[in-house]
Design a protein around this ligand. Structure first.
Ligand SMILES: Nc1ncnc2c1ncn2[C@@H]1O[C@H](COP(=O)(O)OP(=O)(O)O)[C@@H](O)[C@H]1O
Ligand SMILES: [Mg+2]
Length: 379
């Protein structure tokens, strides 16, 4: 049997990547021309995939540019971040691990890194520092890509995924000022900083009082168009010897509101249950499968919510808009106007709901379907 043409759960950058021509071009031009770029959009819309694709393009075409993508998802402290940063920058600077091992003397003045490499150099290369010194001389690490780029007469592009994670470290504000002060003077390094927590990202990059204000160009990544999805889905079925009508294929992005991950997931389940030609029953089975596969996650999500927040979600789903009007507050047991306002802010900040032209909607389309089934029955 052929592999599924639909992929979710990992970034897609060549195979199974669709559209984003305009965004790819813009991001590539920015990064090549030294314009720092921030990308903001909810999780699973396609930031990491887009950056990966653009970086692969750049790697193929631009020989004097070295690139690196660092995922900050797992960095738990400033020191861990600095070590991760140093290691990945050094690895990106050269294809030869022997050169990595020389970087200690070549690129550091005050810090003395401990370097080691195992049997599989590309994954077993490690660098560590005395953490007290590391913190004291963190500027040397932050300056590292510029130091390397100048010595080697190259340019570097540094991409930091889930950048807002740094903001949860103790002492972030001081560190933030330092990062900005050092990075903005670098002539040979361009940064791409992106993240899913919209509220935090906006606060970091959009507040005039914050150091990273006007650090570069901000891209608010949009969803991929329905038309593109329809073609993508029809082509995927066809290339694997199966068939789906355009009108049935269209129901997939419609049901999932063009959400990248879920469109791929629903397309995959539909493709998987289809023998030869997809029909309504296959699509319905696929949707049930999708909701039940994601159910544990959603269950956890609501367990972490206060009753007032759940009630507010119910009111939103019922089409209410005047949450602080007395009958609505009473019918849905929303508490006081102050409670409503607090719960609303918290749901927005956690990317559960978003304000679309003055009314609220769920950010996650499959969670919305699941929530509706659970509290209002099917229909
Ligand atoms: N350009 C694209 N074309 C097709 N599918 C995409 C595209 N971008 C993202 N996806 C789908 O969405 C999922 C999440 O993408 P990802 O890049 O990890 O999003 P983010 O970094 O915004 O959380 C991918 O696993 C893939 O299924
Ligand atoms: Mg991502």
């Amino acid at each position: 049997m052929k592999d599924s043409p639909f992929i979710y759960g990992v970034t897609v950058s060549s195979h199974s990547f669709t559209d984003r021509e305009q965004e790819s071009r813009k991001l590539r031009d920015n990064l090549i021309n030294g314009i720092n770029t921030m990308i903001i959009c909810p999780r699973r819309w396609g930031k990491s995939s887009l950056v990966e694709k653009v970086i692969q393009d750049i790697n193929r075409k631009e020989k004097i540019v070295k690139t690196v993508i660092i995922d900050l998802f797992s960095a738990g402290s400033e020191e861990e971040f600095l070590e991760l940063y140093a290691r990945e920058i050094i690895k990106a600077s050269s294809g030869k691990w022997q050169e990595w091992m020389n970087s200690g003397k070549e690129f550091f003045k005050r810090l003395v890194p401990k370097l080691s490499v195992g049997t599989e150099p590309s994954s077993d290369f490690s660098i560590s520092f005395d953490w007290k010194e590391l913190k004291q001389h963190s500027d040397e690490i932050l300056q590292l890509p510029e130091t390397i780029a100048r010595k080697k007469k190259i340019r570097m592009i540094v991409c930091l995924d889930e950048f807002q994670n740094l903001a949860s470290f103790p002492g972030y504000e001081t560190f933030e000022k330092k990062m900005r002060a050092i990075w903005q003077r670098q002539k040979s390094v361009t940064y791409c900083l992106y993240g899913s927590r919209r509220h935090m990202m906006s606060e970091i990059f959009n507040s005039p009082a914050k150091p990273f204000y006007r650090f570069g160009d901000i891209m608010h990544l949009q969803k991929i168009d329905e038309e593109k999805w329809v073609k993508f889905i029809c082509d995927g079925f066809k290339s694997t010897g199966k068939k789906i009508d355009e009108s049935l294929a269209r129901q997939i992005p419609l049901t999932m509101k063009n959400h990248s991950w879920y469109v791929q997931q629903l397309a995959h389940y539909t493709w998987n249950t289809t023998q030869k030609t997809a029909g309504q029953p296959e699509l319905e089975t696929a949707l049930r499968e999708l909701l039940s596969a994601n159910s544990p996650l959603y269950q956890k999500e609501i367990e972490n919510m206060a009753t007032g927040q759940l009630n507010l979600l119910k009111a939103i789903l019922s089409g209410e808009t005047q949450f602080t009007s007395a009958p609505v507050m009473q019918d849905y047991r929303l508490g006081t106007p102050n409670n409503v306002s607090k719960n609303k802010t918290s749901l927005v900040n956690n990317d559960i709901i978003q304000d679309v032209n003055g009314s609220f909607e769920f950010v996650d389309p499959a969670f919305e379907l699941w929530f509706r089934n659970r509290y209002f029955g099917r229909g």
